[in-house]
Design a binder for this molecule. Structure first.
Ligand code: CUA
Length: 340
């Protein structure tokens, strides 16, 4: 249908546009070639022996062969070594993929039925659009080349106040980056990549999420640093200035009673201070520990009595479940990150 945005067909695999993508391709190439060699040895051997040891007459009897240690060792050990190489190689790529560089630029990704939304720290929100001809223009994330990017992703309902609507699972996939991560309602997942090529790359949803799943296209535009800076500046000119995510979070802090119990200067009030909270290790009343990351803060806001920081009384904070939207919670997270 003409009004549905479509991705252009590309070659066997789209050109690798991140460092990780190149390592993924090397491993994939190794798997392909080693499988091909094994296939030739196996099928060639089969054909050769089928012919060599075919039954030549009615009284042609097969010799009695029980086993052969050398052969058995070779056909077990050689595949074992190959499999271990694949495992080690894959594990290394996976760990590289999951490591987030400290200086990574963070962008929030919101998936909903059936579209993408990208929110930058400066409060700029990018959604899909419709052009003059009524054709949908997919939401386009803009990032600079050769700079690490970290996506903090969640899934929400289309309309947060609609009680019947439900958020569903999605998965963020950029084939050219060989990067993929599930997006789960009610929690944050993350994905990081460092684009190495300028250009436009497609984002697909790769978790079946309902009727509009196949339309759930997005784009990533990779610019050089200067073009990216211009884009950011061009963006802040004209129009009403938007609040940054952290500023929005501060508003919530002041207007939704957080301020009554959480200090910003390190002093102890009814609840723990927010100063330097993000990324810190928390020790709970039951002795367990956790790092204060996005998911921990989300839990503390929405399910406030689940884990109580040691030294604070239980059941002291009301739950904000249903009081704050997912976007509000994300803004609070960003505000807490900014209180250093
Ligand atoms: Cu969203 Cu499939």
């Amino acid at each position: 249908m003409w009004w549905i945005p479509t991705a252009e067909a590309q070659s066997f695999m789209p050109p690798a546009a991140t460092k990780i993508a190149e390592s993924v391709d090397s491993l994939y190439g190794f798997l392909l070639i080693s499988s091909l060699i094994s296939f030739v040895i196996l099928m060639g051997g089969l054909a050769y022996f089928v012919n060599k040891y075919r039954r030549r007459g009615a009284d042609d009897k097969t010799a009695y062969i029980s086993h052969n240690h050398t052969l058995e060792f070779i056909w077990s050990f050689v595949p074992f070594v190959i499999f271990m190489v694949c495992f080690g190689w894959g594990a290394k790529i996976y760990l590289d993929m999951r490591a987030v560089p400290e200086e990574a630029m963070q962008i929030h990704v919101n998936a909903k039925k059936w579209d993408w939304e990208f929110t930058y720290k400066n409060g700029r929100k990018i959604t899909s659009d419709v052009d003059d001809k009524g054709k949908k223009v997919p939401a386009t994330m803009v990032v600079p080349v050769n700079k690490p990017v970290q996506l903090i992703m969640t899934s929400t309902k289309i309309n947060q106040s609609d009680k019947k609507d439900r958020a569903v699972l999605h998965s963020f996939f950029v084939p050219a980056f060989r990067a993929k991560q599930d997006i789960v309602p009610g929690r944050y997942t993350q994905l990081s990549f460092t684009p190495t090529k300028k250009g436009k790359f497609y984002i697909f949803c790769t978790e079946y999420c309902g009727t509009g799943h196949s339309n759930m296209l997005g784009l990533i535009k990779v610019l050089d640093q200067k073009e990216f800076d211009d884009w950011v500046i061009g963006d802040s000119e004209g129009g009403p200035k938007e609040m940054t995510l952290a500023e929005k979070g501060k508003e919530i802090y002041k207007t939704r009673a957080c301020i009554g119990c959480h200090s910003l200067d390190g002093s102890k009030m009814t609840g723990p201070t927010w100063k330097g909270l993000f990324g810190k290790e928390r020790v709970f009343a039951d002795g367990s520990k956790a790092t204060a990351d996005e998911n921990y803060i989300r839990e503390s806001v929405l399910n406030s009595n689940k884990r109580i920081v040691k030294g604070y009384p239980p059941n002291n904070m009301p739950s904000y479940q249903g009081q704050l939207t997912d976007e509000d919670v994300t803004a609070v997270v960003e505000f807490i990150k900014s209180v250093k």
